[in-house]
Design a protein. Structure first.
Length: 124
């Protein structure tokens, strides 16, 4: 009888541990992400390397993004992508050495426009 009680306690303890682990995993998965966006602009000689990362508040949020490269106020090139949850995209184009460029990222989350984000850099 004593062995049966000890065995039963071990089974209940193992089951309790399993339930606690499952609850903590599901609660963690439901936590909302924070909305963010980050453009990046670098150069490989006279090629501009443009990229952007956009993160929605949830994994099923629809993200629509466009990044546009300018030299001063002059349009150079642009790239657009659509994704869900987390979006990364990139593009490259020829630029002129010694000039300063601005990469502007415009994006929306579930069709709600977000503030533009930009970065500037000078081509060496």
């Amino acid at each position: 009888m004593r062995k049966e009680v000890c065995f039963m306690r071990k089974r209940i303890f193992a089951l309790a541990v399993l339930v606690v682990m499952m609850l903590s995993i599901s609660v963690h998965a439901m936590e909302p992400m924070s909305i963010s966006a980050k453009p990046r602009l670098s150069f490989d000689g006279t090629t501009a390397m443009c990229s952007a990362t956009c993160k929605g508040g949830n994994t099923d949020d629809v993200i629509n993004a466009t990044m546009t490269l300018y030299q001063g106020t002059t349009y150079v090139d642009s790239w657009s992508e659509v994704g869900t949850g987390l979006l990364y995209f990139s593009g490259k184009c020829k630029v002129k050495s010694g000039k300063e460029y601005k990469l502007v990222l415009e994006y929306s989350i579930n069709r709600e426009e977000q503030p533009d984000v930009y970065v500037t850099n000078k081509c060496p």
